[in-house]
Design a protein around this ligand. Structure first.
Ligand SMILES: Cc1cc2nc3c(=O)[nH]c(=O)nc-3n(C[C@H](O)[C@H](O)[C@H](O)COP(=O)(O)O)c2cc1C
Length: 357
């Protein structure tokens, strides 16, 4: 029996295996209205066909101003809810579960997608002034406006409403994007949070924005819906958000109603050295996992079936997320099952894929 294909239970949901698709922005809402379309159906749907346990859709904005680019998906209105429904129904029809990553880009909002330009989108081309915990810009991007205390509360409310809409849209799970230098991470890190109100200063105050969101979403969606949090567990700078701080915040999130932690790193600032290599974030995920009872996932340069299986066998984490490996091969989990000789249910149409001859 492989670990990779062992089911896992999170609240009311039984997930068929432990190989999940990491959230990946597609920048493909060509109408710039945040409404997912055929691209998202095929992209996400094919990864559900490919055998993943959970398909996590891209960073999806809770407000228009929270989009990384004008082409991001959103979950701030009913049109978006309706467009997500058939995508989620298809994912579930393939035996996978669907998760949404709800996000606000903060000071990293309003930039061009890679193939349309670079840097911030000016107001004259449909861009907007970003908002943040700070008035300091991300290197090379437009200057944000610092949110006042009441406005921070409004962003908490936007996340909670997005959580409720996510359930209506048919998502099985909700992931909060607290990583990669986006708004929640901007509040968590002392580098981007020098605030003097209740959302800044002590570790408790810097975590307040996230914890209010966790508490609010849990109260709004009830006990059944798994709530995940993706962290950047380190800024790779001693004066930034550290693995120890992340472990503490994860514990608080768990006490507030979160169920799983998805551990990534970096993205807050430029000019730091990230020790990239095979499975380079597994160690920090393991450190966070030691402070919580909930399952933790590892992501980042996990590309081979045997490597993924070994990480789970070692007991460092409970779940593996695949990003770029699943862009190269949407059927990554099916191929892994074949390589590891795991007995799984294949899509009926593809069932001959499990035989060599
Ligand atoms: C095209 C692309 C888009 C991404 N978009 C997101 C995103 O929306 N949210 C997020 O948390 N991470 C995003 N990431 C990071 C991935 O989820 C993942 O953590 C990262 O690629 C490392 O895993 P990998 O080595 O398996 O690709 C993105 C990565 C890629 C390649």
């Amino acid at each position: 029996m492989t670990k990779l294909f062992e089911p896992i239970q999170i609240r009311s949901k039984t997930v068929r295996n432990r190989v999940w698709i990491a959230p990946m922005c597609q920048y493909s809402c060509e109408n710039k209205d945040g409404v997912p379309n055929e691209w998202h159906m095929v992209h996400l749907g094919s990864r559900a066909v490919g055998g993943a346990g959970v398909v996590i859709c891209e960073a999806t904005a809770v407000l228009p101003e929270g989009r990384i680019s004008p082409w991001d998906t959103g979950i701030w209105n009913d049109e978006q809810v309706a467009a997500w429904q058939p995508i989620n129904a298809f994912i579930r029809s393939q035996g996978a579960l669907s998760a949404i990553q709800i996000a606000h880009a903060g000071r990293k909002a309003s930039i061009y997608r890679e193939w349309s330009g670079s840097g911030s989108v000016p107001l004259s081309d449909g861009g907007w002034q970003p908002v943040s915990s700070t008035a300091e810009a991300f290197t090379g991007y437009a200057q944000p406006r610092e949110l006042n205390t009441a406005e921070v509360g409004e962003r908490v409310r936007a996340f909670i409403e997005a959580g409720m809409r996510s359930v209506k849209a048919g998502f099985d799970m909700i992931e909060l994007h607290a990583a990669h230098g986006y708004l929640i991470h901007q509040f968590l890190s002392p580098i981007t949070n020098q605030r003097t109100d209740e959302y800044g200063g002590s570790p408790e105050n810097r975590a307040r924005f996230l914890l209010e969101i966790v508490i609010g979403i849990r109260a709004a969606v009830g006990e059944d819906v798994p709530l995940l949090v993706r962290f950047s567990a380190t800024d790779y700078r001693d004066d930034g958000f550290t693995v120890e701080a992340c472990a503490q915040v994860a514990k608080w999130c768990e006490e507030a109603g979160a169920d799983m932690f998805d551990i990534s790193s970096g993205g807050l600032i430029t000019g730091v050295q990230i020790p990239m290599g095979a499975g380079y974030q597994v160690g920090i995920a393991e450190e966070v996992s030691q402070s919580v009872d909930s399952p933790v996932s590892a992501v980042g340069r996990i590309t081979e079936a045997a490597q993924a299986e070994e990480i789970l066998q070692s007991g460092q984490v409970e779940i593996i997320m695949i990003g770029r490996g699943a862009l190269r091969d949407p059927y990554w989990p099916l191929r892994a099952a074949h390589e590891l000789k795991a007995e799984i249910e294949w899509p009926k149409q593809y069932s001959r894929g499990k035989f060599e001859n």
